[in-house]
Design a protein around this ligand. Sequence first.
Ligand code: ATP
Ligand code: MG
Ligand code: FE
Length: 341
Amino acid sequence: MIVLGIETSCDETGIALYSGEQGLVAHRLHSQVATHAVYGGVVPELASRDHVRRVVPLVQDCLAEAGLAAADIDGIAYARGPGLAGALLVGGSIADGLGWALDCPVLGVHHMEAHLLAPMLEPNPPAFPFLALLVSGGHTLLVEVADIGRYRVLGESLDDAAGEAFDKTAKLLGLPYPGGPQLEALARDGDPDRFRFPRPMTDRPGLDFSFSGLKTAVLKAVREADADDATHAAIARAFQDAVVDTFAIKVRRALEQTGVGHLVVAGGVGANQALRDRLHQVAESRGAVMACPPLAFCTDNGAMIAYAGYRRLLAGERETGPVDIRPRWPMDELRVPGPAG
Ligand code: ATP
Ligand code: MG
Ligand code: FE
């Protein structure tokens, strides 16, 4: 079975072809970062319009890379949500049209389920049950994963998402959007002892997060300290240390609470090496195995959509009506793959 995956939930057009027999056979990505950078954030209407232009050429590129024809596609998966409504509609409408033209089934998949399953694209996939830390531009979730479609959200952010906190802090430090990767690079040269920021919500039980206070602490430090490069690097370092510490504390707690032996870290912030290294230590100290998607599949991509769609289409799940997007879609509403969907 060959599944075409279409990701258009935000500012990346991701297209991929996943084969049940051969695994991932092609993937392409177009990032709109340059389009939105001048505005300091994603402009939804510009995002939708760019997806319209990019999807079909990228599908053609993927088919050429895999040496396949459109008629070889057996199913199409698109990101149904969560995400920007207009952007999701573009992917959904194109999927629907292609499905009609190629006479194959179409299925909308959950963008965060796709992020969570991305490590399954690796040669040594994590075993169920596992604990997943999903840290992206719009989400911060600790999820107990019993199996595909069986999710229990153990904790989430009460305000800013982890990626949002990185991006906003990077902006305060004068770094261009999206600042996560740049902040990480700046933090590498930073003096770890000059500043210390709070580890929010770690002094009480529970697995929820809050990052807006941390952002305020950074703002205060930026205003009060000198604006030289070494100072900014030290602030970046202290911010990253606070975030990494916070995740380490909560992940350790969640591993203890659930007793599961596998940890998955996914989503754009999961590309952060300091976070990966630290969580690796936490997992090891608990006798657990950590799995991460390759860096390219941490942030938005079509491969994860194709894979999540493949698993659900294979189980007989089908779209029951016309394109149906879900800009807001809580993860625990998902069900195990199957015809009843
Ligand atoms: P969502 O999946 O919640 O809808 P999204 O798709 O926009 O949001 P992703 O593409 O998974 O999010 O991740 C993008 C985020 O990851 C951005 O906030 C970006 O700054 C952050 N990010 C990427 N690389 C790094 C890094 N090395 N360190 C920290 N943050 C990073
Ligand atoms: Mg993105
Ligand atoms: Fe995402």
